[in-house]
Structures are given as structure tokens and as C-alpha cells.
Design a protein around this ligand. Structure first.
Ligand SMILES: Cc1cc2nc3c(=O)[nH]c(=O)nc-3n(C[C@H](O)[C@H](O)[C@H](O)COP(=O)(O)OP(=O)(O)OC[C@H]3O[C@@H](n4cnc5c(N)ncnc54)[C@H](O)[C@@H]3O)c2cc1C
Length: 190
């Protein structure tokens, strides 16, 4: 057994301060990767800083230039269902629709997914293909500079992804191989 302290942040600067004050803190978004990792004792953070209740990094906005800004704490189901995303970047909505199952899509977030950068994950390929920009509490990255290797990104230890901005695109489509190993039941959103 080990002790983990839970903190609920209400602003990004709150979260950054909590992370700074922790011995070995970890940011928590949907928990769909981090919690199983903790259960398997592959991670044992001293503190969990929950980002899910920070309004400034949640939600989707179509900007004046037509680009789509998706807050880091936005779950996959919200991306899949968003009318602006479906109209401007239908391939991105389809991608979000194929992630995991309904539970994973309602808990997992775009920020958590790209910070984790699992080579099997869906979003990283889309960010690269669409030339997305990643915003953090410190700076901005192009997708090419952000993803540095398997499970590796250019983020500093204490850096928080706040949003992903997708420029307009003339055509988008997404296809992927179903996971052959797990044989879990799989259902895209209808
Ligand atoms: C059964 C199952 C099926 C899945 N299927 C798919 C799939 O088909 N395709 C796919 O792409 N993914 C899949 N996933 C992964 C899923 O998309 C997760 O949502 C994602 O990997 C992690 O997002 P999260 O919000 O849960 O992050 P968390 O688990 O909370 O965090 C993951 C990591 O990112 C860090 N982090 C979280 N948020 C931030 C932030 N804003 N800034 C900086 N660091 C941050 C955390 O500290 C942690 O290290 C699946 C997961 C499960 C459990």
C-alpha cells in the first residue's frame, strides 16, 4: 500500500502550483491510462492533481479564422458529438468516435491522450496530419515538435497541456485497424 493525496484544481495556475509543491505529483485527466498504471504499481505518485474541473481548459470553440480549439480536458465523446468539429473536420470527429468504448470516450481526454503519447493512440497521428498546435501553460508547440518518441513528448515535468488548435482542412478522413489482441467488444458512437 502507498499513500496518494488527491487535489482538485479549479484553475490552471492552481494546478501548476499544486504540482510544484508535490514531491512526486502527477496530473490526472480522464485517468484511463494513469489509474490502471497505478493499479499495476507501475506508478506511485505522491499527489494526484485533477484537471477535470478546470473550466478554462474544457470545451470546443470555432475561432474567427475557422480553426477549432479543443480544451485539453475535453473528453473524446464531446469531440465526436460536436457540430463544429463534425462540419469542419469530420475525420477528427470519426477518430474520436472510434476510441475505446463509451466509458473510455466519456472519461478520456485529448490532453491526457497526447501527453501520454502511446504509439497505438489515435490522436497523435491526427495532430501531425492536420498540422495542429499544442498550447500549454508555458508555450506553444507544433505537433511535429511535440511528439518526440514512444510515450515521450517535449513537455517539461511541470508543464500542462491546455488546448489543441486544429487549422481548417479541405478534406479529412480517418481509418484504423481494430485492436486484434484484446478481442474486447468494440462499439463506435452511433
Ligand atoms: C479500455 C481502453 C481502451 C482504449 N482505447 C483507445 C483507443 O482505441 N484509442 C486511443 O487513442 N486511446 C485509447 N485508450 C486510451 C484513452 O484514450 C485515454 O483516454 C488516454 O490514453 C489518456 O487520457 P486520459 O485523459 O485518461 O489521461 P490520464 O490517464 O488521466 O493521464 C495520462 C497521462 O497524461 C498526463 N496528463 C493528463 N492530462 C495532462 C495535461 N493536460 N497536461 C499534461 N499532462 C497530462 C498524466 O499525468 C498521465 O501521465 C483506451 C483506454 C482504455 C482504458
Amino acid at each position: 500500500m502507498y499513500e496518494t493525496k488527491y487535489h482538485r484544481a479549479s484553475t490552471v495556475s492552481d494546478a501548476a502550483a499544486m504540482l510544484k509543491n508535490a514531491d512526486d505529483g502527477k496530473l490526472l485527466s480522464g485517468g484511463q491510462t494513469l489509474i490502471p498504471t497505478m493499479k499495476q504499481r507501475l506508478a506511485a505518485p505522491s499527489d494526484l492533481i485533477d484537471l477535470r474541473h478546470i473550466d478554462e481548459i474544457a470545451g470546443i470553440m470555432k475561432q474567427a479564422d475557422g480553426s477549432i480549439r479543443i480544451g485539453a480536458a475535453t473528453c473524446h465523446a464531446d469531440v465526436a458529438a460536436n457540430e463544429d468539429v463534425k462540419a469542419a473536420l469530420p475525420g477528427l470527429a470519426d477518430l474520436a468516435c472510434t476510441i475505446g468504448d463509451p466509458h473510455v470516450r466519456h472519461m478520456g481526454t485529448i490532453g491526457g491522450s497526447i501527453a501520454n503519447n502511446d504509439p497505438a493512440a489515435d490522436y497523435p497521428a491526427a495532430l501531425l496530419a492536420l498540422g495542429a498546435t499544442i498550447e500549454t501553460n508555458k508555450r506553444e508547440f507544433s505537433a511535429e515538435d511535440f511528439f518526440t518518441g514512444m510515450f515521450e513528448t517535449a513537455l517539461d515535468e511541470d508543464e500542462i497541456v491546455t488546448a489543441v488548435v486544429f487549422p481548417t482542412a479541405s478534406n479529412t478522413a480517418y481509418a484504423k485497424f481494430p485492436n486484434p489482441a484484446s478481442r474486447y467488444a468494440w462499439q463506435a458512437c452511433l
